[in-house]
Design a protein. Sequence first.
Length: 168
Amino acid sequence: MINLTSSSIKGINQSKIAKNENNDCFVRALAAASDSSYDDTHQVVSKVFNRLPKKGTHNLDITTQMLLAEKNGLQIGNTTFNVNVLGKSRLTNVYKLKGNIYNRKKTVKSFIQDNPTGSYVVTVSNHALCVKDGKLIDNKGEEFRPTRKVDRAYKITKPEVNKQLTLF
C-alpha cells in the first residue's frame, strides 16, 4: 500500500482558493476520487454540500447529498459522476468471540485491503479521505493512521460512454 498526499490532486498547487483554505479534507477527497480539479470540486462542495469557507463540511450534509447523488449523479465541472453509497455490510467486519458474533466498523487499513480497486470517498471521525485503487490520498500530516474507524464510504465512478455507432 502506497500513501500519496494531496499533491496528487489536479490543480491544487496552482489554486489560489486552496492556499487560503482550512478544513477542506472533503473537497480534497472528492477531487482526488473524481480526478477533478480542486477549484471545480470546491465550487460544487460549497454549493451542493453547504460548505462555508474555512469551516469544513458537516457529515449530515455529506450523507444527505451523497444519497441524493446516488439517484441523480453528482456533477463536477462538465462531468456527472455516479455515486454508490456503500452499505453497512461493506463497512463492517464480522468477528466471532466465545461463540458470539460481533459486527465492528472496518478500519482504514481493512477497508483498503477489501477495496483494492476503484475510487472511494471515506469518512472517519470528523475527517474525509480518498482511497483510490488501494492507495490512500489524504492531507499532509494525516497520511496514514490505519486504526481509524470508517464511518461512511462512497464509491465515485465516471459514467461509461457508449461508443457504439448507429447507422439508422
